[in-house]
Write a protein of this length. Structure first.
Length: 333
C-alpha cells in the first residue's frame, strides 16, 4: 500500500505526485523523491523497480522479507534491511522489517508486518529543510534512529524501567538537544571539537558554522523529543559566554532526541543473570552508534565463547548494579 509519494527541492516539499511520474521527477535538477510503502504487493514493488531502476536481487529481498539486518550496495543504490520490535495488541513482541532503497536523489522505504508509522519522521524532516536538503543520507539516518528497539520497549511511558523475562532493565530515556548555526565567516577550517566539562557544553564545526549542545542536569526521564525552548536560551547564553563568536550567529536548525541512560552512564554488555540465553547490550548514553560495531563483536564473543576476549569488559556486566560496582562517569554531555 502506498503511504506517501512526495517530491522535494532543496529540502522543501513541492507536491504529492503519482507513482507513474516518479521517473520524470528524478530527471529534474535538484529534485528529491521520498516514497513510503506498507506491506506492498508484488505489483507495487515491481512498479517501484521500474520507476527507480532498482536491482532485481534487492527487490526480491524486499518482497520476500525475513531478511537479516544488512546494508548492500547495488551500483549507486544502497539497500538497507532493518528490524523493528513492537508490542502486539495482546502484549506479545512482534518483529517487523523496514527495507530502505537509497539513491542519489531518492529514498524508498518498505515497511512490513508493523503498525509503526514514519509520518512523524517525515514531518520532522520537513520542519528542517536545511537538513532535508542533504537528501537521501539524512532521510536514511532519520528513519534508522526512529526505529523502536527492545531497549525502549522495556520502558514504561513514564520512562521507568520495567521487567522482561523476570529481569529488570536499568535503562531510562533522557532528552538531549542541540542546534546548528548559520555560517560564521572567519571560523578556522581546523576548528577543534571543544568540550567544557564543567558546564556539560560542547562545540564542533558543522559545515560553515558550528554544532553546539549542552545537557540539562535537571532533565527528567521520559520520551519527550520536543526542543525545550527555555533550556535552549540557557544553553546559548552559556555558549556565547564561552565562545563570543556565537553572538554573531543565527540558528540554522535545532532538534532533540533520547539518550538511553544507565545509573552510571555506562553500557551493559553481558549475559543477564538467572535467565539462560538472555543477553543485554544497551544503555550507551548517546554513544551507541559509535560503539555499535565493537559492542556487536564483544556480544558475539560472549554468546559463542561464554566471555568477551577482544577486550576485558567484566566491569560492564549487568550484575554491577546489584553489587554496587558502578563506574561513575563524570564527563557527561
Amino acid at each position: 500500500m502506498l503511504v506517501n509519494c512526495v517530491v522535494y527541492r532543496q529540502g522543501t516539499k513541492l507536491a504529492d505526485v503519482a507513482v507513474e511520474s516518479i521517473s520524470d521527477h528524478l530527471c529534474q535538477p535538484d529534485a528529491f523523491v521520498w516514497v513510503a510503502l506498507r506491506d506492498p504487493s508484488q505489483q507495487e514493488l515491481e512498479q517501484m523497480q521500474d520507476e527507480f531502476n532498482l536491482h532485481d536481487l534487492a527487490v526480491e529481498d524486499a518482497l520476500k522479507g525475513h531478511q537479516r539486518p544488512k546494508i548492500e550496495e547495488y551500483g549507486d543504490t544502497l539497500f538497507v534491511a532493518m528490524h523493528l520490535v513492537e508490542y502486539s495488541p495482546t502484549d506479545e513482541l512482534v518483529v517487523g522489517e523496514v527495507h530502505v532503497f537509497a539513491g542519489s536523489n531518492f529514498v524508498l522505504s518498505v515497511r512490513k508486518r508493523s503498525t509503526q508509522g514514519f509520518l512523524g519522521v517525515r514531518q520532522r524532516c520537513e520542519r528542517e529543510p536545511e537538513l532535508l536538503g542533504l537528501g537521501a543520507g539524512f532521510v536514511l539516518y532519520a528513519l534508522m534512529i526512529a526505529l523502536p528497539v527492545l531497549g525502549w520497549l522495556a520502558l514504561s511511558a513514564e520512562g521507568r524501567p520495567i521487567t522482561l523475562a523476570g529481569v529488570p532493565l536499568p535503562v531510562t530515556p533522557l532528552r538531549r538537544q542541540m542546534l546548528t548555526t548559520t555560517a560564521l565567516p572567519g571560523l578556522p577550517p581546523d576548528f577543534p571539537f571543544v568540550i567544557d566539562f564543567a558546564q556539560n557544553l560542547y562545540f564542533h564545526r558543522e559545515g560553515d558554522g558550528l554544532l553546539t549542545g549542552q545537557s540539562n542536569p535537571h532533565e527528567t526521564p521520559g520520551f519527550d523529543e520536543s526542543v525545550d525552548a527555555a533550556w535552549e536560551l540557557v544553553h546559548m547564553e552559556a555558549a556565547s559566554k564561552r565562545l563570543p563568536l556565537l553572538e554573531r550567529a543565527g540558528r540554522a536548525a535545532h532538534w532533540a532526541g533520547l539518550y538511553e541512560v544507565t545509573p552510571d552512564a555506562h553500557p551493559i554488555i553481558s549475559a543477564a543473570p538467572a535467565v539462560a540465553g538472555y543477553y543485554v547490550v544497551a544503555g550507551f548514553s548517546g554513544h551507541g552508534f559509535m560503539h555499535g560495531p565493537g559492542a556487536g563483536l564483544l556480544m558475539s564473543e560472549i554468546i559463542l565463547d561464554g566471555r568477551a576476549h577482544t577486550l576485558d569488559i567484566t566491569s560492564l556486566d549487568y550484575a554491577r548494579f546489584a553489587e554496587g560496582r558502578l563506574i561513575q562517569e563524570y564527563n557527561v554531555i
